[in-house]
Ligand binder design. Structure first.
Ligand SMILES: Cc1ncc(C[n+]2csc(CCOP(=O)(O)OP(=O)(O)O)c2C)c(N)n1
Ligand SMILES: [Mg+2]
Length: 313
């Protein structure tokens, strides 16, 4: 972990979080297989970040999803919606069984998050590039309204090629939004990636250094006036430390960006680092393999327990 500041260490919850994340990954596989549509790579890469956020950082109450003082979360990479729905279900916002309605016409769980349908969603997203601007508005609103909530925005590394992101980056620094944190899921892949210049791998369009090869993103954010924390996005201790630091604000008045290095498709060997798993429907064979790898037969027991107790609350 590299950061602009010394961060406090907290090592207490890694084991619980890993179990919840494993469960959430399984819910993603089940829901996408059932819907015959959706995304897998992006939801799995962000899962440890998201579970850590909802189970040990955000000041939210599933019973009061519209509480004006709640922390805000925007999934700017809205195509990863099923990952968010799975975490919200495990956190107690909706019944786990509802995940079976994912992507159906009358469901609250659309292919991309819809703020008008599901309490617990703070912004509709899906058209990439917009979430950080919404987050800037929320963070400014909190300041103007004298509210102390923190706003968190999760972005994809492909997504941040959108120009609008950089307008928001500039505005957040200008207005010294210490109550705003951007998390970049830096999995090194987007939908297709760059065509390889190597003739032998020309058909593999998933350049795993994509899309910022040769660009020092930490230096770029730093130059824009942000505090930068760079972590392994699958290491719960590092995630927790970065969140604690961000949530506390910055004495120098900077917004914080967490550059989280992740693996697209994390947790499922077939999908890890494979751009082809960005959006795919698992075959029956894939599904059974996922069940084994994620030890889902054990987890199905946990389904019940988590939804009953709201574990991690
Ligand atoms: C404005 C816009 N352009 C294109 C798309 C189609 N699209 C959906 S996901 C995706 C790739 C996103 O890659 P990245 O941000 O790296 O996400 P992740 O790797 O986390 O899935 C694209 C191009 C979109 N949703 N919005
Ligand atoms: Mg990506």
């Amino acid at each position: 972990m590299t950061t602009d500041d010394v961060v406090p260490q907290d090592h207490d919850r890694g084991a619980d979080l890993a179990t919840v994340a494993q469960q959430a990954r399984w819910q993603v596989i089940k829901a996408v297989t059932n819907a015959k549509a959706g995304h897998i790579g992006g939801p799995l890469s962000m899962m440890d970040l998201l579970v850590s956020l909802y189970f040990s950082e955000l000041k939210v109450d599933p019973e009061k999803p519209r509480d004006p003082d709640r922390d805000r979360f925007i999934l700017s990479k809205g195509h990863a919606a099923i990952g968010l729905y799975s975490v919200l279900a495990l956190r107690g916002y909706l019944p786990l069984e509802e995940l079976a309605t994912f992507d159906k016409g009358d469901s609250r769980l659309q292919g991309h998050p819809d703020v008008t349908r599901l309490p617990g969603i703070d912004s509709s997203t899906g058209s990439l590039g917009q979430g950080l601007s919404v987050g800037v508005g929320m963070a400014l609103g909190a300041r103007l309204g004298g509210q102390s909530f923190h706003t968190w925005v999760l972005l994809g590394d492909g997504e941040i090629q959108e120009g609008m992101v950089w307008e928001a980056v500039q505005a957040a620094a200008r207005y010294k939004l210490t109550n705003l944190t951007a998390i970049v899921d830096r999995n090194g892949l987007q939908q297709f990636g760059l065509p390889s210049s190597d003739e032998t791998t020309r058909t593999d369009r998933g350049d795993r250094r994509d899309p910022w090869f040769g660009v020092d993103l930490a230096a770029v954010f730093h130059a824009f006036g942000w505090r930068v924390v760079e972590i392994d996005g699958h290491d719960y201790d590092q995630i927790k430390s970065a969140y604690t630091l961000s949530g506390a604000g910055d004495a120098q008045g900077r917004p914080t960006v967490i550059l989280a290095h992740t693996v697209k498709g994390k947790g499922l060997s077939l999908a890890e680092g494979a751009y082809t798993w960005h959006s795919i429907v698992p075959t029956e064979e894939d599904f059974e393999r996922a069940r084994r790898e994620l030890e889902a037969d054990e987890l199905d027991v946990l389904d019940h327990k988590l939804s009953k107790t709201g574990a991690g609350a």
